[in-house]
Design a binder for this molecule. Structure first.
Ligand code: COA
Length: 172
C-alpha cells in the first residue's frame, strides 16, 4: 500500500493537537494479528470477530487492511479493511482507539480504503453500520455514503438493526 495520499510527506496533520505525533498509516500483515485481536475484543465487545476470522481477514484474497501505528512504539492505534470483488467493495471494519478519536484518523482510514477500492477496480462501496452508532454514521454520511436499506435485528445478541449504505466512486 502506498503512503497516505492526502498529506505530503512530512506534513503535519492539522487535526492533531500540537505536539502529538502523527500516527503512521501502513499496510497490515499477519504479524498484526495479536494487536488487532486485542483491540477488536476491547472495542467491539459483543460484535467482536474471533481470532480466526481476523486471521482470515488479514491473509485472505481480495482484502486490504491498514493500521494506524504509533511512530515511536509501533503500538497499533486503529485499523480498517476493505474487500473488493470486481466492481463492488465492502468496508469490512474500521476502528480507532478511544484516546485518538475525534482527530480525523477515522476519516483518514476511510479515505485510504476508498482509494484502495478504487485502485482495485471498484465502482461502488457498501457497508453496514449499527443503527445505534451515530458517530460512525456521521463519518460515512460526510464521505458521501447514502442509506439504501435496513437489515432488521442484524446485530446479535443485541438485536440492533444494520443500516446498509452505499457510496459511488466517481472517475478521477
Ligand atoms: C467510528 C470511528 C472509527 C471514527 O473515528 P474517529 O477517528 O473518531 O473519526 P474522525 O475524527 O475522523 O471523525 C470523522 C467524523 O466522524 C463523526 N464524529 C466523530 N466524532 C464524533 C462525535 N463524538 N459525535 C458525533 N460525530 C462524530 C463526524 O462526522 C466526524 O466528522 P467531522 O470531524 O468533520 O465532524 C471511531 O469512533 C471508532 O473507532 N468507533 C468504534 C468502532 C466503530 O464503531 N466502528 C464502526 C463500525 S461500522
Amino acid at each position: 500500500m502506498s503512503a497516505d495520499p492526502e498529506l505530503p510527506a512530512g506534513a503535519a496533520d492539522p487535526e492533531l493537537p500540537a505536539g502529538a505525533a502523527e500516527p503512521e498509516l501502513r499496510a497490515a500483515s499477519a504479524a498484526d494479528l495479536d494487536a488487532l485481536h486485542a483491540l477488536e475484543t476491547r472495542l467491539f465487545a459483543s460484535d467482536a470477530w474471533s481470532r480466526s476470522m481476523l486471521r482470515e481477514e488479514l491473509t485472505g484474497e481480495l482484502r486490504s487492511y491498514v493500521v494506524l501505528a504509533d511512530p515511536e512504539t509501533g503500538a497499533v492505534l486503529g485499523y480498517a479493511g476493505v474487500l473488493t470483488v470486481g466492481t463492488e467493495a465492502d468496508i469490512q471494519t474500521i476502528a480507532v482507539v478511544p484516546e485518538l478519536r475525534g482527530r480525523g484518523q477515522g476519516r483518514r482510514l476511510m479515505r485510504q480504503l476508498l482509494a484502495t477500492a478504487a485502485q482495485a477496480g471498484a465502482r461502488e462501496v457498501f457497508l453496514e453500520v449499527r443503527a445505534d452508532n451515530p458517530v460512525a454514521r456521521g463519518l460515512y454520511d460526510s464521505l458521501g455514503f447514502a442509506e439504501i436499506g435496513v437489515r432488521p435485528r442484524y446485530y446479535q445478541p443485541d438485536g440492533v438493526d444494520a443500516i446498509v449504505m452505499r457510496h459511488e466512486l466517481k472517475d478521477t
